[in-house]
Ligand binder design. Sequence first.
Ligand SMILES: Nc1nc2c(ncn2[C@@H]2O[C@H](COP(=O)(O)OP(=O)(O)OP(=O)(O)O)[C@@H](O)[C@H]2O)c(=O)[nH]1
Ligand SMILES: [Mg+2]
Length: 678
Amino acid sequence: MSNGTRTAPRCAALVGPYLSGKTTLLESLLMATGQLARKGSVQDGTSAGDASAEALTRHMSTEVSVHTCDHLGDTWHILDCPGSIELAGETARALMVADVAVVVCEPVPEKATMLAPLLRFLDEHAIPHLLFVNKVDQLGSGDVRVADLMTALEGVSQRPLVLRQVPIRQGRAVTGYVDLVSERAYRYCAGAKSETVPMPDAVLSRERAARQDLLEALADFDDALLEQLLDDVSPPPADVYRQLSRDVAEDLIVPVFLGSAQNDHGVRRLLKALRHEAPRVGVTARRLGLEATGVLVQPFRIHHAPHSGRLAYCRVWQGEVADGQALGPDRVGGVFALGGGAPAKITSAGAGAVVALAKLEHAQPGALLSARGEAGTPLSWPAAAEPVHTLAVRAEQRADEVKLTGALAKLLDEDPDLRLVLEDGEMALSGQGAVHLGIALDRLRSRFGLAVSSRPPAVPYRESIRRTVAEHARFKRQSGGHGQFADVHLTVAPLDRGEGFRFEDKVVGGAIPRSFIPAVEDGAREALASGPLGFPVVDVSVTLTGGQFHSVDSSEQAFRTAGRMAVQAALTKAEPVLLEPVLLVTATAPAEFTAKVQRLLSGRRGQILGFDVRPGWSEWDQVSACVPQADMGDFIVDLRSLTLGLGSYTARFDHLAELVGRLADRVVEGRQAGYAAQ
Ligand SMILES: Nc1nc2c(ncn2[C@@H]2O[C@H](COP(=O)(O)OP(=O)(O)OP(=O)(O)O)[C@@H](O)[C@H]2O)c(=O)[nH]1
Ligand SMILES: [Mg+2]
């Protein structure tokens, strides 16, 4: 893949909401460029994009797949990205290395909101992008006007959208289009190039109006064009194309194309636009501020392959990467071409290429690598997402526990949006939702051959007391030789919420020697580890008020036992009360869903604290509420299903609240049953 006389490869990412048709479009692009002889489909499990086991079972893309094709002398790397909002991090990292993004969407105005987070990301990072309105074959059945669709899409884009084609319809069905720059009319032909046809009279007035809109949008960024328009001069197509390429490359405007990936309609037109309007690698590197000398490489994804080991999927920004090349602290141990089946070993890769590099053990997504070392991660690189869903996981076979830890370490290395926390002896895997975690669990099974089970994580209940109780305990044992003796008097009292544990020594007159007092405190802590209800005890004070000792038989061990006995006995008499963790939850969603989000939170015993405009987002709200942690399981699933998948939330521990009545009884019974089963 050395440069030779060819131009540097370019990279386009296919992005857009779940099920909009990105993988189908990839298939069509690979067909149109002669890369594929036969077109596969997502439903049959024969598509090039969704080849992994996880994707096949779900009929959806579960990771970024890299493909390579040639079009009119240009090499293209196409990154087919997953649309699921739960995999948005994976998509965002791929977008960071692309020259251009093709945003695939459905021709349904009500679904335009689904594009909001993605368009926002593209606009924030000034990533050149164009829109491909897919499934125009369905426009007829829905009887949707393109003008209404454009209005809806404009509502979610910061950049002006410019329609590049108007549809030609027969009845309601879309049968072709008029290109607004060349003003030529085309009729779609299944599986082949569209053919030119005379401009139908019926579209003429729509064509004129849409072309005027396009020229006016371009004239906003070009004075010469503005003058021509004011003088009523029709600019030559070459000038319009030039202006379009410039405006797209600078992310000033977003052209909108129409088509149907399933029927290969509009796909060659899209390829042509990519060829003329997508920036080249040097321009992209400059946009990203990556000016350097020598070789410069940026990984965007890590993959642990069964045979090649740890592979870093990288974009080569500059220079030539070959086997043995020093990159960061490592040396390249294999350059692999991606696209079409398993990675294939090649000798080198030049600027623009997307390749997998082996043996870069330290390479992390985003971190720039050069021959001189690691040049850090650009500030604009997307941060890992805060987890919104957690499952407790464990190996079904005890013997697999070590293997599970190793496999999870690899999955965490591949996916920065996965987190693993060890809590109360439980392995808790967190991520972006049930689909995200389900894919991780599938990988444990299919790639690592591990039988794993998962369940909702345990809620970290605590308990405290309501009354002050004075208690006395004597520990005495005589078993031949040395005996054991300790006697303590202590008082256990409730503290305010959040105060934790306090131990006070009020022993006077040497009733207990100083050296034994820490042992009493240790015993008290042991008793507090699991209180009468079965949970750790918090917000109590233990005051040691007196006791007795024996000069021969007393020991630290004896005083620890006596301390524990006294506190245990006191706690049962001190009106133990269950405490449940309450989280401060901030849920975000488009404003049209705010009332639903509030109802969802209050339905989960949430106390709504208020709602406000989401800072920096127009037409989005954020609702804050205090919600018991026990009621937050699957919250993200319900939130997404109420909000077209767009809702999300952050949560942090806020306070412990007393839980009484039937709910509390059930928790305590569950705990006792758990102990009995152990
Ligand atoms: N009618 C019609 N259906 C289409 C078209 N393109 C794709 N589809 C269907 O839409 C569904 C989703 O297609 P995919 O290509 O898997 O969509 P995707 O955007 O890759 O989905 P994710 O990867 O899961 O985000 C499939 O059932 C396709 O057959 C089209 O042009 N017209
Ligand atoms: Mg897909």
